[in-house]
Design a protein around this ligand. Structure first.
Ligand code: 5RP
Length: 228
């Protein structure tokens, strides 16, 4: 196992120890969140889980975890999820795995959100990782032009690229498309978030601001905790 993978695993296992029987738990998406889900499954607790993607729901169900739909449980006590970048104040870029919309819906329905990651994910300024932006398929090329305008308003002069896999546009679990914007540096994430949300056709973007309460970061000398 690579160092990065071992760090993801350590962070996921540390987060699984935060869970107690009786909780409603939000399950993130991605390779780090998968370590959390596996560690949670191994604990055999009496919990109800809400998954942020079909892939995570399948993994969790296979481990014997009880899965409920978002909205069919009481408030989610704790959501644990990975991130693509962790910046100042636990501002995040998410959506590298394409689950940003469901992730944000689950995060916003949670009393507490903990982000887990390997050490390479921490940055001093967000933007090195291309920002995922989920859009409806209808008229997406026009929406991409409007996204360019929104980026320009924030002094970011890049054209977003339609995410492709095997020669086909990637579809999210909700059937939408994703554009990735290689911003470089996002100096004002809140302004960019609001600018992107104002574009008709944009369903959600991968900036997760003021949502994470804590980060558990795997590193060479164990897991450290970061607060906003
Ligand atoms: C999926 C996500 C993931 O949390 C993010 O891409 C990190 O993935 P990984 O843990 O595999 O590095 O936002 O939409």
């Amino acid at each position: 196992m690579s160092d990065a993978e071992a760090q993801k695993r350590a962070a996921g296992e540390a987060a699984a120890r935060l869970v107690e029987s009786g909780m409603v738990v939000g399950l993130g998406t991605g390779s780090t969140a998968a370590w959390f889900v596996k560690a949670l499954g191994a604990r055999g607790l009496d919990i109800t889980c809400v998954a942020t993607s079909t892939a995570t729901a399948q993994l969790a169900a296979g481990l014997g975890l009880t899965i409920a739909e978002l909205g069919d449980t009481g408030e989610i006590d704790l959501t644990v999820d990975g991130a693509d970048e962790i910046g100042p104040g636990l501002s995040l870029i998410k959506g590298g795995g394409g689950a940003l919309l469901r992730e944000k819906l689950v995060w916003e329905a949670s009393r507490r959100c903990v982000v887990i990651a390997d050490a390479a994910k921490t940055v001093t300024t967000l933007g090195r990782f291309p920002l995922p932006i989920e859009v409806v398929a209808f008229g997406h090329k026009i929406t991409a032009l409007r996204i360019c305008d929104a980026l320009s308003e924030c002094d970011i002069g890049v054209a977003p690229r339609l995410r492709m896999r095997d020669g086909q546009p990637v579809r999210t679990d909700g059937g939408n498309l994703i554009y990735d914007a290689a911003c470089g540096r996002i100096e004002e994430p809140a302004a960019l978030a609001s600018s992107l949300k104002s574009v008709t056709g944009v369903v959600e973007h991968g900036l997760f601001l003021d949502l994470a309460e804590q980060a558990l970061i795997g590193g060479a000398s164990g897991v450290i905790t970061l607060d906003p």
